[in-house]
Design a protein around this ligand. Structure first.
Ligand SMILES: Nc1ncnc2c1ncn2[C@@H]1O[C@H](COP(=O)(O)OP(=O)(O)O)[C@@H](O)[C@H]1O
Ligand SMILES: O=C(O)C1=C[C@@H](OP(=O)(O)O)[C@@H](O)[C@H](O)C1
Ligand SMILES: [Mg+2]
Length: 196
């Protein structure tokens, strides 16, 4: 079964479903939302977290691809960043209430106007990574054509612009540089436990 078909079945989300918003009260949506730069491991760790929690996993880049017919990275190039972000906001409004498992956002999604407000009721974890480790991760360039022609300079700027945004929307920050996904997963799961 694909991640998306599992996601639409509430039976796959026994642990998930409702967060609390100070203004609106209980809000239906994901148990866990992962944010962070492209290549930080949102999709990798998100899948592991969903397996561990026994809930479904959903990758917002896949939702964008299913909705608009191309990989998210190509959509950025085709539509331009501003329109792409409007489309992300539009789709996220629909996806949040219908998905009760783990949701990995696109790297730029939290910087889309209006998105931080949408995320407020949910448990958000920022997967942080430094530039050198990021550049060593596989598959970065084919998936992110908008990083050309100078990926190192683009990513350096991106990290400096976005880190404050990721930190502001997140309930917890987990460093990932030089760490294995299983180790990162432990910190992500620990952030879900109520503090005493
Ligand atoms: N902790 C890690 N250490 C090394 N490589 C990783 C780690 N997490 C993810 N990767 C690799 O980096 C690439 C990007 O991971 P991915 O989960 O797709 O990131 P994101 O969804 O944040 O863009 C993949 O090739 C993945 O296997
Ligand atoms: O950081 C970004 O601006 C983007 C990150 C990508 O997602 P991942 O972070 O999952 O690779 C994808 O949404 C698109 O290419 C734009
Ligand atoms: Mg991803």
């Amino acid at each position: 079964m694909s991640a998306n078909s599992a996601a639409s079945d509430p039976a796959h989300d026994p642990a998930g479903g409702t967060a609390s918003d100070p203004v609106n009260g209980p809000v239906s949506g994901p148990v866990l939302v992962l944010v962070g730069p492209p290549g930080s491991g949102k999709s990798t760790v998100g899948r592991l977290a969903a397996d561990h929690l026994g809930v479904s996993f959903r990758d917002f880049d896949d939702d964008m691809q299913a909705e608009h017919g191309k990989e998210a990275g190509e959509l950025v190039v085709d539509f331009g960043r501003e329109r792409f972000q409007e489309l992300e906001h539009e789709l996220l409004v629909r996806v949040l209430p219908e998905h009760h498992g783990v949701l990995a956002l696109g790297g730029g999604t939290p910087t889309a106007p209006g998105v931080p407000e949408l995320l407020k009721p949910f448990h958000v974890v920022f997967l942080d990574v430094d530039l050198d480790h990021l550049l060593r991760r596989e598959g970065l360039l084919p998936l992110h054509p908008w990083l050309m022609p100078n990926p190192r300079a683009q990513l350096r700027q991106l990290l400096s612009d976005r880190r404050p945004v990721y930190a502001a929307v997140a309930d917890a920050t987990v460093p990932t540089s030089g760490r294995e996904p299983a180790d990162i997963l432990n910190d992500v799961l620990a952030s879900l436990e109520p503090s005493t």
